[in-house]
Design a protein around this ligand. Structure first.
Ligand code: SF4
Length: 518
């Protein structure tokens, strides 16, 4: 009987290895035939470690399983999918899974991440084989037609970037994957690296075929040791199998791929700082132009995408652009892996077509706050994303709809706060975060963030008076305006988003009247 116990960081952190060991020992004592598979995570984090058993009806889920539960589970017929207090039912029938549109994450949590045969049996490599049969411009056209936009936050159309690199004349071109997933509350890249690494490799190979790049690098954040290990192993397997290397699947085409451990700086998630880091220098943002698509890594044309963008490509090639484009709303096509975190009862990853509302995500999927108190604010798009107030929770999650209200979709990270949150402290935190992580190249960000911390402290501090507060609030608004328009990169220009949204929607937390006046 096949039994699945995830070996993803999220599961390991809550004892999945001990559960797996107890299962094997208990099965051996009972002379039961158990084939243990260490899969990725289904990303129902509140159920980890999630143990699944293969039955004729499908996989049956049990969770969260502690080592001391294993004996009882085996005694109550775990291997037959038997009844137990921890039995959740057939995994595919669980509302959390059933209500998603898992396109990119279709295999994550289902397959053994390091088994190529398993990967191929679940549709893996079909996109690459299709790409190998196409001319490069036809591959680019597929990506263009799919409407795929960069999932790292900037939402730039991927196909246009590919076309720019493909038509550039240069002795060498690169495909770089930015896996420096530094946003708080974000973990979709990690889930792919640990749960379906071949998908990313396949996406990078397709990008190489489309643009004429024969070299790829994956820049994985140093705080992800497990992701580094699993992806490194997957890469070695792909190389041995002839998928990566001098003769990709016997096609005569070459693509070499290397793994790089990141430098541990948030700003290295910014594409040009990442290039500096990859070239062996301190991660400082480069001025644009030149665009990396024309002069990127080592001055050569470079396709840069985050993990999810590249991981979305194999499916687009396999199923065709219209299939992918049919999901979503407006100019936001396809699906977005949304990560639910913070004060939330059911945290984890939900892949939905664009257009889903925050209310659906936080209330229906997330089950409200973990504390049981009312939700007060939801930060969308990482530590530099805006706080979205209740009045906007029914907005469709879509790049343009969010931009229209001064918010961002970003990398799809959602952090929930209950009514005990002090929004002035969270606004101060955004400025403090920027002050710590700023690369220091430009003044609005380097100096502005430190001044921002001071001004917010003056506004919210006990010594603030009805006379001084309005003046300080105006000063904060002016400072945010300067950072927004005068910063070289998104680090400085986005820090005002959480600050201004907190001030706008939660003025009472700054000692102001509900209408924003003192
Ligand atoms: Fe560096 Fe901040 Fe300027 Fe970006 S905005 S270049 S992080 S100082």
């Amino acid at each position: 009987v096949r039994v699945f116990v995830p070996a993803d960081s999220a599961a390991l952190a809550v004892g999945a290895d001990a559960v797996a060991a107890c299962l094997l020992a208990g099965a051996a004592r009972r002379a039961l035939d158990v084939q243990l598979v260490r899969n990725g995570s289904r990303a129902m984090m509140w159920l980890e470690p999630l143990v699944e058993v293969e039955t004729p009806q499908g996989r049956v889920a049990y969770g969260p399983v502690a080592p001391q539960d294993v004996e009882g589970l085996l005694d109550s017929g775990l291997l037959q999918g038997g009844a137990h207090a921890l039995r959740q039912g057939l995994t595919q029938e669980l509302p959390w899974i059933r209500k998603q549109e898992r396109l990119t994450f279709a295999r994550v949590g289902v397959t053994d991440p390091l088994c190529l045969a398993n990967y191929a049996a679940h549709g893996g490599l079909a996109g690459l084989r299709r790409a190998l049969a196409l001319e490069a411009p036809a591959i680019v056209q597929q990506v263009l037609d799919s409407g795929l936009r960069g999932r790292g936050g900037a939402a730039f159309p991927a196909g246009i970037k590919w076309r720019t690199v493909a038509t550039a004349q240069a002795p060498r071109k690169y495909v770089v994957c930015n896996a420096d997933e530094g946003d708080s509350g974000s973990f979709s890249d990690r889930l792919v690296l640990e749960g379906d690494p071949f998908m990313l490799i396949e996406g990078m190979l397709i990008a190489g075929l489309a643009t004429g790049a024969e070299h790829g690098l994956v820049y994985v954040r140093s705080e992800y040791p497990r992701a580094l290990a699993v992806f490194g192993e997957a890469l070695a397997l792909a190389r041995t199998a002839g998928i990566v290397g001098a003769d990709v699947l016997g096609s005569g085409r070459a693509f070499d791929l290397q793994l790089r451990k990141a430098a541990g700086a948030y700003v290295c998630g910014e594409e040009t700082a990442m290039l500096e880091s990859l070239e062996g220098r301190r991660g400082i943002v480069r001025a644009k132009p030149p665009l990396p698509a024309l002069q990127g890594l080592f001055g050569m044309p470079t396709v840069i995408h985050n993990v999810i963008t590249l991981a979305s490509v194999p499916l687009i090639l396999d199923k065709g652009a219209p299939f992918y484009r049919d999901y979503g709303v407006g100019r936001s096509r396809g699906t977005l892996p949304i990560q639910l975190a913070g004060n939330i009862r059911r945290g984890g990853l939900v892949e939905k077509a664009f257009g889903v509302s925050l209310r659906t995500l936080v209330e229906e999927f997330g089950g409200g706050t973990a504390s049981g108190r009312p939700v007060k604010a939801i930060q969308v798009g990482g530590p530099l994303g805006a706080y979205v107030p209740p009045a906007q929770w029914d907005l469709p999650l879509d790049y343009e709809a969010y931009a229209a209200v001064g918010a961002v979709v970003g990398h799809g990270g959602i952090v929930v706060h209950d009514d005990t949150a002090d929004m002035s402290r969270l606004a101060r935190y955004a400025m403090a975060f920027c002050a710590i992580e700023s690369c220091g190249k430009c003044t609005p960000c380097r100096i502005g963030s430190t001044r921002g911390v001071e001004v917010i402290e003056r506004i919210a501090g006990a010594q603030a008076s009805a006379q001084t507060r309005p003046q300080q609030v105006q000063l904060l608004r002016d400072l945010c305006d300067t950072m927004l328009h005068g910063s070289l990169c998104a680090m400085g220009s986005m820090t005002p988003l959480p600050v201004l949204s907190a001030l706008e929607h939660y003025p009472q937390d700054f000692g102001l009247a509900a209408d924003g006046r003192d």
